[in-house]
Unconditional design. Structure first.
Ligand code: SAM
Length: 232
């Protein structure tokens, strides 16, 4: 079973989106497991504080390294397997599908969700957290980012997707975005009376030509929206 262990000050935010659809079903079917570790239980003083003001001044609070270390140790002491530690942070390396594949092939993942100004970097370095960002924007906490990462991994676990072959064709395989999709009606008339046709090739029944057309469209869309992928 693939294990997700999430360190957060808001355990009630989980499973969140992970409780729905095929991901939620896979959780019920025990293809993967989810544990939340409440960082607030590892505070350091009478008030159980987990954060303090930043050295060097500046706004906001920073999560203390000793608090994070205690939370991580509480997980590791009962864990007989080795799984990666990931800190969700906008200063990390941007998450991509190769990372998702790599994490899904491990036995699970431990994810630290930051809050406030973030986490004292010393514990991130000393425990060997990989720093991952879900994009060039700033959220208030790492919980949504953690759910993005876990959802990406769980859908790749054997037995989760109904059509395993769809993974081979979707966006980012071969560094391409996916081709466009069409379904019924064959001619769709929008509310302004404009007719939108499905490309003839897709209803021709000619599988080889459809494959070629899809590949061309993939390249065209990738050139337009993500030329950086083609350079890889
Ligand atoms: N002071 C930080 C900065 O400027 O980079 C932002 C901290 S943010 C308000 C609080 C927490 O939200 C972070 O520690 C991180 O866990 C999470 N977070 C925010 N944006 C994120 C992103 N793009 N990717 C992953 N985690 C993010």
């Amino acid at each position: 079973m693939w294990r997700a262990k999430i360190i957060t000050i808001y355990p009630e935010m989980f499973p969140g989106v992970l409780g729905y659809s095929i991901i939620g079903k896979a959780l019920k079917d025990k293809i993967w497991s989810l544990d939340t570790i409440n960082l607030n239980e590892f505070g350091f003083d009478k008030r159980n504080s987990i954060d303090d003001s930043p050295f060097g001044g500046g706004p906001g609070m920073v999560i203390r390294p000793d608090v994070v270390e205690r939370a991580v140790m509480s997980i590791l002491k009962n864990l007989k397997i080795k799984i990666p530690l990931v800190y969700m942070t906008p200063s990390g390396r941007p998450l991509n599908q190769q990372d998702i594949v790599r994490f899904s092939q491990q036995k699970g993942i431990i994810i630290l969700c930051g809050r406030f100004e973030g986490v004292d970097i010393r514990v991130i370095d000393s425990l060997g957290f990989e720093q991952i960002s879900i994009g060039d924007y700033v959220l208030t906490g790492g919980e949504v980012a953690a759910q993005v990462l876990v959802e990406g991994c769980v859908r790749l676990l054997p037995g989760v997707l109904g059509h395993a072959e769809s993974i081979l064709e979707e966006s980012f395989s071969e560094n391409l975005l996916e081709y466009p999709h069409y379904t019924r009606p064959k001619i769709w008339v929008d509310k302004s009376g404009n007719k939108h046709h499905v490309p003839d090739i897709l209803v021709s029944g000619h599988h080889e030509k459809i494959k070629e057309w899809r590949k061309e469209k993939s390249i065209e869309i990738t050139k337009k929206y993500r030329p950086d992928l083609l350079k890889k």
